[in-house]
Design a protein around this ligand. Structure first.
Ligand code: AMP
Length: 548
């Protein structure tokens, strides 16, 4: 017997309809590429996203055709999010920090037909358009009078001229909720990038889950600033969850430096922000010397790479801001776990609570996880045995776009497929997961794993260290030994001996790095993560002093 409830597909168009109808006057504020502040409301996002849908219909774009963006977090990007997916096309957000070769490859692989870009990225578009014959319309996200006359880009139109003639009326189509809605290529450091292809259903379920109190806890009372880019995994789904809850959105555009982010947080009374640790490092780096305080910020989600304890401390102790440590990945839409305390933890002393907060957190309902050993068997939830982290759930990939790389899932004894995350983690008895490494970054010394994350966290807790990356170096006796590459803070003094001494008592003696290498900078990947492969190349002539 089937239930007798209405069978309404879960579609992205329903989010923008809802935001318009119930939160139509709630502000959406954007810092534009031009530098000024633009403000309007969910009602206008909805109207203009319908104009986008009409413009796409006018081009005879078919269901599931791909529309790409190379754009910052801004109101036009937001309209494209809803206009493209709502009308049944697939939004392909491209990471502009990738190499032009890779961008051209990705655009061709996705078979993009339209490319919408912020003017910042005009040089990129000029570099790739000749290699992307499938793109039949380029849309510059600017006013008609800002469009350069001699850009050399074919079929180029300004966004405002493109949508201006279109009606704000549009009947969103209804279709199977499992239809593709958007896609994002992984920032993979080896081989060609692969795309996660999200569906309307996965996006809506993720948006519901992300808004829950123990996840991002979003509501109609929030003013939210996602520094996390809309070009990477849909800004952690915040645009969708904001529409679902009626939150005010504050979009920072291209200005991600500490000063600009701080000014926006204050001016827009932001109480909630989300970003990767490097962005927050810039923010705190601006605030401390200028003796600035937050007047409204209360919570911040930090994820994308491990959040150093020193950062959690700085936010909590010095600024009274609660840090929510989150873990996820492109293949997971992206949220997997968030770290919030349970009722029984509330009476624990502060240092015990801190130990929990440092973990990547508990699985969100909808995501199931487990760790497995080398034999493929599930490991105990004892908080100390590291293993490969596997996940499953309705917003986790089943396969990559165009079956690139074959079937990624690993079946368990019941034949149920699990996605291997490539992360190495422990899970404790309360279900808190802690990432100890990425499988490819892991260091095995004398048969024992050493956590590069621990080594990096300790280094960045030193007042003279701006950034640290730990990698393994071949060793004749131990197979591998850790070294740590360090970028000093401007003007700071630090010797190798001082830093190595700083490790004493914080980790086991055998885990202390064998050497410290001072570098000007640590190479970062397109999403701001440290590129250890590049660092290894940089240090290819390095000789481990303990190896001879
Ligand atoms: P991406 O798909 O580019 O978003 O990268 C996902 C990967 O980033 C994960 O598999 C982890 O290795 C890493 N990552 C994300 N969040 C965290 C976190 N909170 N702590 C440690 N690593 C993280």
């Amino acid at each position: 017997m089937l239930g007798l409830m209405q069978n309404q597909p879960l579609l992205i168009s329903s989010l923008i309809d809802f935001a318009e109808r119930h939160h139509g006057d709630v502000e959406i504020v954007s810092r534009r590429v031009e530098g000024d502040i633009h403000r309007y409301s969910w009602r206008q996002v909805a109207e203009r996203s319908r104009q986008v849908a009409n413009a796409l219909d006018g081009m005879n774009l078919l269901f599931s055709d791909r529309v790409a963006t190379l754009a910052w977090n801004g109101y036009r990007h937001l309209e494209i999010y809803f206009g493209v997916s709502g009308s049944g096309r697939v939004l392909h957000t491209i990471n502009p920090r990738l190499h032009p070769e890779q961008i051209a490859w990705i655009a061709n692989h996705a078979e993009d037909q339209v490319l919408c870009f912020d003017m910042t990225f005009l040089p990129l578009v000029q570099a790739i358009h000749a290699r992307c014959p499938g793109i039949r319309r380029y849309v510059a996200l600017c006013d008609a009078d800002k469009l350069p006359a001699d850009s050399g880009v074919p079929n180029l139109v300004s966004y405002e001229a493109w949508i201006a003639p279109q009606s704000t009326e549009y009947q969103w189509p209804s279709f199977d909720e499992n239809s593709a809605s958007s896609m994002c290529y992984t920032s993979g450091t080896t081989g060609n990038p692969r795309a996660a292809l999200y569906s309307h259903r996965s996006t809506i379920l993720h948006a519901y889950a992300a808004a829950l109190p123990d996840v991002m806890c979003l509501s109609a009372r929030d003013s939210v600033l996602p520094v996390v880019p809309m070009f990477h995994v849909n800004a952690w789904g915040i645009p969708y969850s904001a529409a679902l809850t009626g939150a005010k959105l504050v979009l920072p555009g291209p200005a991600l430096d500490g000063k600009s982010v701080y000014e926006l947080l204050e001016a827009e009374k932001v109480n909630y922000a989300a970003g990767v640790p490097t962005v927050w490092q810039m923010l705190l780096g601006h605030m401390k010397p200028n003796k600035l305080r937050f007047s409204t910020l209360k919570r911040t989600v930090i994820g994308g790479s491990a959040c150093p304890p020193a950062m959690i401390d700085a936010f909590r102790e010095e600024y009274g801001v609660e840090v929510l440590h989150a873990w996820g990945m492109t293949e997971m839409s992206p949220l997997g776990t968030l770290c919030t305390l349970k009722n029984k933890h509330l009476s624990l002393p502060a240092d015990e609570q801190m130990k929990i907060r440092l973990k990547q957190g508990r699985a969100i309902f909808g995501v199931d996880m487990k760790t497995v050993g080398g034999d493929g068997k599930e490991l105990p939830w004892d908080g100390k045995t590291p293993g490969d982290l596997y996940v499953k759930g309705p917003w986790v990939v089943r396969e990559y776009f165009k079956d690139e790389g074959g079937d990624p899932l690993v079946p368990d004894e019941h034949g149920v497929g699990w996605f291997p995350t490539g992360d190495v983690a422990t899970i404790d008895a309360d279900g808190y997961m802690q990432i100890t490494d990425r499988s490819k970054d892991v260091i095995k010394s004398g048969g024992e794993w050493i956590s590069t994350i621990d080594i990096e966290n300790i280094a960045v807790a030193h007042p003279a260290v701006a950034m640290a990356a730990c990698i393994g170096m071949k060793h004749p006796k131990w197979d591998e030994r850790p070294i740590v590459a360090v970028v000093k803070k401007p003007g700071a003094q630090l010797t190798k001996e001082e830093l190595l001494k700083f490790y004493e008592g914080k980790i086991a003696k055998w885990q202390i790095p064998d050497d410290v290498v001072f570098v000007e900078s640590i190479p970062l990947g397109a999403t701001g993560k440290m590129l250890k492969t590049r660092l290894r190349e940089m240090l290819k002539d390095y000789h481990l002093p303990t190896a001879s």
